[in-house]
Design a protein around this ligand. Structure first.
Ligand SMILES: [Fe+2]
Length: 445
């Protein structure tokens, strides 16, 4: 596998490998990695399991500076089905992001891929999702505020060992917590990339930005937010017509997943608002029965910490969520909480009707911001527990959502202090379109 012309770079290590979905439908994949001292190879070789036909894709790399830190070469490479998206490839998608090359990613297939070709070769593998459709089961993992503490490691290990086997991670924000170190020490982004590689190299993590990705530090001259995130992580935002990587949609199996940005403007006429308005009509619940929204700052949170921080976005978008039959919202920020099926859309400023009420057409809100952060557990809650809150528990952990079919999803929250297979909180979700019955029990049993 060693090409003679590349021998010069033989000791360039290709590290911090991570993958994410690369298009709307799930037939493309973005592979990213970092080389530290020299640029190294930008080549990704990949091949289907049981096939000896090697395919190639070339990425592009870039470095960035943050205050007194200079990053390594950060590579991004998109593996995609050029046949389907040929037109877009040249005109629209990714043009400024990466070079890449033809290949035919098929649904529901295992692929191997290699980075560091001819240098320090490393091989990983991934599974492509099933074709978007209503009846193929799919299992997603949920992690938020992961950070890089001992708890973070336990959370990731529990997720990896969970017998329910999540096939992709919906990550609800707060990656490395580099911003909590002096001058936002960006080495922490590198360390985090190495820490999570054991999972992110093998299954796509779907990225949502959290408050710890803002990296807004005017005191050090860093006046443009999100720079480390933007350089290190890619999202397939253009394929859903988004103009920024912070909000976008993907289909994955029987789910349509909308990722929203709590820290980008979302008021009326803003780019995110205009995009979301166009986005909801595209959701076809016959093709993708489950409409999932990811965001960082939860609308219904009864912890003391970050209480009501999501309220302004709720005021903007909640009615849309109900009309368009969003099934569930996953967010981060604080630790475990699950809401009843509730809405607070009657309020019109003068009528005084401003409490959440039970609403069968409303989604369930699940807060899963309990990966392991650095701030420790925030345990102070609003007392008494508001009626809209069905379950809450300040522990570290992860969750798994097993989407069984068009009507049923089994949700389980797994606390780090329990065994990997133990559920700390569970619930059967019924689809808001296909099976809109009450899935919001008043007790926690
Ligand atoms: Fe956060």
């Amino acid at each position: 596998m060693i090409c003679p012309e590349l021998r010069f770079f033989i000791w360039v290590f290709h590290k911090k490998v991570h993958i994410t979905q690369g298009d709307l439908e799930g037939k493309a994949l973005i592979v990213s990695w970092v080389t530290q001292k020299a640029r190294g190879s930008n080549l990704v070789l990949y091949w289907k399991e049981h096939s000896n036909k090697m395919l190639k894709a070339h990425g592009k790399s870039k470095k960035y500076n943050f205050y007194n830190y200079t990053s390594g070469h950060i590579h991004h490479c998109t593996i995609r089905n050029l046949e389907v998206h040929h037109h877009h490839y040249h005109n629209l998608f990714y043009h400024s992001v990466s070079d890449f090359v033809v290949l035919f990613l098929q649904y529901d297939t295992k692929y191997y891929y290699m980075v560091g070709v001819g240098q320090t070769e490393r091989t990983f593998w991934f599974l492509t999702p099933p074709k978007p459709g209503p009846d193929v089961p799919y299992t997603v993992g949920l992690i938020g505020e992961l950070g890089q503490s001992f708890d973070s490691n336990i959370t990731l290990t529990h997720y990896e060992n969970n017998p329910l086997k999540g096939q992709t991670i919906l990550f609800v924000g707060d990656f490395s917590y580099a911003d909590t170190y002096p001058n936002h020490d960006n080495n922490r982004w590198d360390i985090w990339g190495r820490f999570v590689e054991r999972s992110t190299a093998y299954q796509p993590w779907i990225w949502t930005v959290g408050n710890h990705e803002l990296d807004f530090a005017p005191q050090t001259g860093e006046t443009k937010p999100f720079q480390p995130f933007k350089h290190r992580y890619r999202t397939p935002h253009r394929s859903s017509g988004s103009t920024e990587p912070f909000w976008y949609s993907i289909k994955r199996g029987l789910a349509y997943i909308i990722v929203l940005a709590s820290y980008s403007a979302y008021g009326k006429y803003t780019p995110q608002y205009m995009w979301l308005e166009q986005e909801f009509p595209k959701v076809n619940k016959t093709e993708t029965p489950w409409l999932i929204v990811l965001m960082h700052s939860m609308w219904y949170n009864s912890y003391d910490y970050h209480y009501m921080e999501g309220e302004t976005m709720r005021a903007m978008y909640e009615l849309w969520f109900i009309k368009n039959k969003v099934d569930v919202i996953f967010a981060g920020y604080v630790h475990g909480e699950r809401s009843e099926c509730i809405s607070n859309i009657a309020y019109n400023l003068v009528n005084g009707i401003c409490s959440p009420v039970k609403d069968l057409s409303a989604p369930v809100y699940i807060t899963i911001g309990d990966g392991g952060n650095l701030e420790g557990l925030s345990t102070i809650m609003t007392e008494p527990q508001p009626k809209y809150s069905a379950f809450r528990d300040a522990s570290f952990g992860h969750a798994i959502s097993s989407i069984k079919n068009r009507t049923h999803t089994y949700y389980g929250w797994h606390r780090n202090q329990d065994g990997c297979a133990v559920d700390g909180d569970t619930m059967w979700f019924f689809n808001r379109f296909w099976h809109p019955i009450d899935d919001s029990p008043d007790d926690d049993s």
